[in-house]
Design a protein around this ligand. Structure first.
Ligand code: ATR
Length: 267
C-alpha cells in the first residue's frame, strides 16, 4: 500500500519511456516487502534532475542516456571505480549526501566470463558512458581492446585510456575480433532497423553481445545468429546492473529470476 512513509526511487534519462527499470524494481520491492516505489522521469537537464532528487528526498536513482557523464558534476561523492570509468549510472541518497556509483561495469563483464576474456581480442562499438564502463571492465581482464566509434576523437581517447587500439567507424569491415560488444543506441527502439556493426564482418567463432535490450533481438544479434555466432542479449547485463543498484539502495539482494521472468513476459 502506498502511504505517507512510502519511499521513492526513480530512473531519469531522455528518452526513458522504453525503460524496463520500473517493472523489475517495483516487482523486487514488492517481493521483499519494502514500502517504496520506483518511477521513470524523462528530464531535460542533469542539474535540475539532481536538484529534484535532493528536494523530494528521492532515496536512489538510476541514471541513463544521456546523463551518465553530466550527472557527475552535480553530486557530492563518486565511487573511485565510477570516477575511473568517467560515468555514473546509480545515485544513492545517503541522508542528503548524493553518492554516485557505476553498476554497468561488472554487469557487462559477467556474461562474458564463461567464454574467457584474457588474451582475447574484444571490439567495443561506441565510446560513450556505457562503452567506458564496458571497456574498463574488459581491460581489467587483460584482453586486447579495439574501440570503434563514429566520433573519432572520443573513440581515440577511450582507446588510449584502456591501452587499446582505435579503428575508425568507416573501417569497421576490416575488424577481426573474438568478442564484439555494441554499447551504442543503434538498434534500440525506435532505431531497431539499424545495425551497429557490418554483418559481413561477423564470423561463426565470434561471441557477439548487445547492451541494447529493446528489442531483445537487435539487428546485430539477428545477423550474428545467422552467422552462427554465440550471442548474448542485453537482458543479462540489464538485470545484473539493476540487481546491484537494488542492493546499494536497500541492502537486500533481489530475486534476479523474478526480474528475468517479469522482463521476458513484458518484452
Ligand atoms: P551512454 O552514456 O548510454 O553510453 P552516450 O554517452 O550518449 O550514451 O554514448 C552514445 C554512443 O553511441 C556514442 O559512442 C555515440 O557515438 P558518438 O560518440 O559519435 O556520438 C554512439 N551513437 C549513438 N547514435 C549513433 C549513430 N546513429 N551512429 C553512430 N554512433 C552512434
Amino acid at each position: 500500500m502506498i502511504d505517507a512513509d512510502t519511499r521513492v526511487f526513480c530512473v531519469f534519462g531522455n528518452p526513458v519511456r522504453h525503460s524496463k527499470g520500473p517493472i523489475i524494481h517495483n516487482a523486487a520491492l514488492k517481493k521483499q516487502g519494502i514500502n517504496a516505489v520506483y518511477l521513470a522521469f524523462e528530464v531535460q537537464d542533469a542539474a535540475q534532475a539532481v536538484q529534484a532528487v535532493r528536494t523530494l528526498d528521492i532515496r536512489g536513482a538510476s541514471v541513463t542516456i544521456p546523463f551518465k557523464e553530466s550527472v557527475m558534476a552535480h553530486i557530492d561523492w563518486i565511487d573511485p571505480t565510477a570516477r575511473a570509468i568517467g560515468a555514473v549510472n546509480t545515485l544513492v541518497n545517503d541522508d542528503g549526501v548524493l553518492k554516485g556509483y557505476n553498476t554497468d561495469c561488472l554487469a557487462a563483464v559477467a556474461p562474458l566470463i564463461p567464454f574467457g576474456i584474457a588474451g582475447k581480442t574484444v571490439c567495443i562499438v561506441g565510446a560513450g558512458g556505457a562503452a567506458r564502463a564496458v571497456a574498463y571492465g574488459i581491460a581489467a581482464h587483460k584482453a586486447n581492446i579495439i574501440i570503434t566509434n563514429r566520433t573519432e576523437q572520443k573513440g581515440l581517447s577511450l582507446a588510449q585510456a584502456v591501452h587499446g587500439l582505435f579503428i575508425p567507424a568507416r573501417e569497421m569491415e576490416s575488424i577481426k575480433a573474438d568478442v564484439l560488444i555494441n554499447t551504442t543506441s543503434i538498434g534500440m527502439t525506435p532505431k531497431e532497423d539499424q545495425i551497429s556493426f557490418p554483418a559481413g564482418a561477423l564470423t561463426s567463432d565470434m561471441v557477439v553481445m548487445d547492451v541494447v535490450y529493446t528489442p531483445l533481438k537487435t539487428r546485430l544479434l539477428e545477423a550474428a545468429e545467422q552467422k552462427r555466432c554465440t550471442t548474448i542479449d542485453g537482458l543479462s547485463m540489464f538485470i545484473a546492473q539493476a540487481a546491484a543498484q537494488f542492493e546499494l539502495w536497500t541492502g537486500v539482494t533481489p530475486d534476479t529470476d523474478l526480474m528475468r521472468s517479469i522482463l521476458s513476459s513484458n518484452m
